[in-house]
Design a protein around this ligand. Structure first.
Ligand code: SAH
Ligand code: SF4
Ligand code: F3S
Length: 442
């Protein structure tokens, strides 16, 4: 029996792709092992968003090969096609396979049609497309919470970003398939559905007789009409495309959670232009005002890049100011990393690594202040919590961990005669607030 292990890097999209690959492997009766050094087959699902993501793979794979000279190592995912990445891994890798072609490849491997020859390249030649790939049902990792992609790829070509090259042009899943998947999940007791897309606002399925959905808010509304007790989250929204309809829908729906991830990337219009983001910071702030007016309890998170080529201290100061003005609950702050193929790769990466680090630190300090302040506003209030798991320590057997509707981690302390069910919604009174989480009692 073939044992396998999947190593996944990158975003939720890759995580979900790996769940589909897991389904295929299990259907083929491969046996999953948790230790990659014990697997006959290791699939590495790569990410190329920053150089550091590729460097981790370059660090891991040769070591694995050294310990396991005969195991089959497949490199797949967002960087598998990149020639200079391949070059660094070629001696340690068995195959580089596009993720869409991997299901067919694994089937052929199971049937041993493919003779395993080390260093042989790109074997699966059958045509593959996202539509077929999405038809594979994921083997979800969690019994409560599921990622459901509504689209893949991106047409935006922000100047720093590899996603349009890694995942190709936008493809939207037919709404019927999405509805079917969500209905099935809800029937099976799932409580949190996280819709995924690089830019969910440009969801646009192929027009057909059966396809009546024409926009993301229309899809979201349809999903929120599915009966059952569950939360809907979604990411990512692009500020240039987020509509008033969407904000109003979130405000009036009790299933769509009041948590919005809206990357602004930079507070400087000059840098936004160089990034080809196609909005101004004034437009972004207007959106925030609309959100805060219609959904006062909303939690907000964002993505920021510091040290984009040519970012001056003044440009950076504008980013820091936006952080203070908006007061985010969470921010994913990255140092600019020059990526091959992208437009920004032709610009001079002129902000030093030390300066990038310093700028990240300054933004992190602002975030810690605003997140703490926002969390403190929950003190003494009652919030709805999805119970996710018990704290894994015997001494704390009356402590559970969960999420609020606004995507905050919360620890729930029960007294000896109380109990909660994992996967249930509970009312929790908030007693403590920290930078990255809350604490409370039933
Ligand atoms: N589709 C999403 C972003 C997906 S990538 C959007 O448009 O907002 C996730 C985040 O990685 C980006 O928001 C950006 O902040 C960061 N990122 C992307 N390319 C990067 C690069 N070359 N260097 C540093 N950070 C990058
Ligand atoms: Fe990348 Fe921009 Fe597309 Fe987001 S919208 S995935 S940052 S190109
Ligand atoms: Fe995601 Fe990385 Fe690909 S962020 S889309 S896994 S390049």
């Amino acid at each position: 029996m073939l044992t396998y292990h999947i190593l996944t890097f990158g975003c939720q999209m890759n995580f979900n792709d790996s769940e589909r690959i897991t389904r295929i492997a299990e259907n083929l009766k491969f046996k999953k092992v948790t230790d990659r050094f014990k697997a006959d087959l290791v699939i590495v699902n790569t990410c190329g968003i920053r150089q550091s993501a590729e460097d981790r793979v370059i660090g891991i794979v040769p070591k694995l090969r050294k310990k396991r000279p005969n195991c089959i190592i497949i490199i797949t995912g967002c960087s598998a096609h990149r020639k200079d990445f391949q070059k660094k891994l070629v001696s340690a890798t068995s195959y580089f396979i596009e993720i869409l072609k991997l299901p067919q490849f694994l089937k052929e491997l199971a049937e041993s049609k493919i003779k395993i020859v080390k260093q042989e390249q790109e074997k699966a030649s059958s045509p593959a497309n996202p539509a077929d790939f999405f038809k594979i049902s994921p083997l979800y990792s969690s019994p409560l919470s599921a990622y459901v992609p509504i689209m893949t790829g991106c047409n935006n070509f922000c100047s720093y970003c590899v996603v349009p090259y890694a995942r190709g042009r936008e493809f939207s899943r037919p709404s019927k398939d999405i509805m079917q998947e969500v209905k099935q999940l809800v029937t099976n007791g799932y409580k949190e559905i996280i819709l995924l897309g690089q830019n969910v606002n440009s969801y646009q399925p192929e027009p057909s007789k059966n396809e009546k959905i024409v926009s993301f808010p229309a899809l979201l509304e349809k999903i929120s009409n599915i009966s059952g007790d569950f939360w809907i989250r979604f990411l990512t929204s692009h500020p240039k495309d987020m509509s008033d309809d969407l904000i109003e829908l979130i405000a009036r729906s009790n299933k769509i959670t009041n948590y919005i991830h809206l990357p602004f990337q930079s507070g400087s219009n000059r840098i936004l232009k160089l990034m080809k983001r196609k909005y101004t910071i004034e437009h972004y702030l207007q959106l925030i005002t609309k959100i805060r007016t219609k959904i006062p309890q909303a939690a907000l998170s964002t993505d920021i890049i510091v040290g984009f080529p040519g970012e001056t201290k003044e440009d950076f100061g504008k980013t820091a100011q936006i952080m203070k003005t908006v007061g985010f609950d969470m921010a994913y702050i990255s140092a600019f990393s020059s990526r091959p193929e992208t437009v920004a790769d032709n610009l001079v990466d002129d902000v030093s690594e030390a300066e990038k680090k310093e700028r990240k630190l300054i933004l992190t300090e602002i975030l810690e202040k605003t997140a703490l302040k926002n969390n403190q506003s929950y003190l003494g209030k009652e919030v709805e919590v999805l119970i996710e798991r018990q704290k894994p320590s015997l001494a704390k057997k009356h402590t559970y961990l969960g999420k609020t509707e606004t995507y905050k981690n919360i620890r729930i302390n029960l007294n000896a005669n109380q109990s909660v069910k994992i996967g249930s919604f509970c009312k929790v009174k908030v007693t403590e607030a920290g930078i990255f989480g809350l604490e409370g009692t039933l």
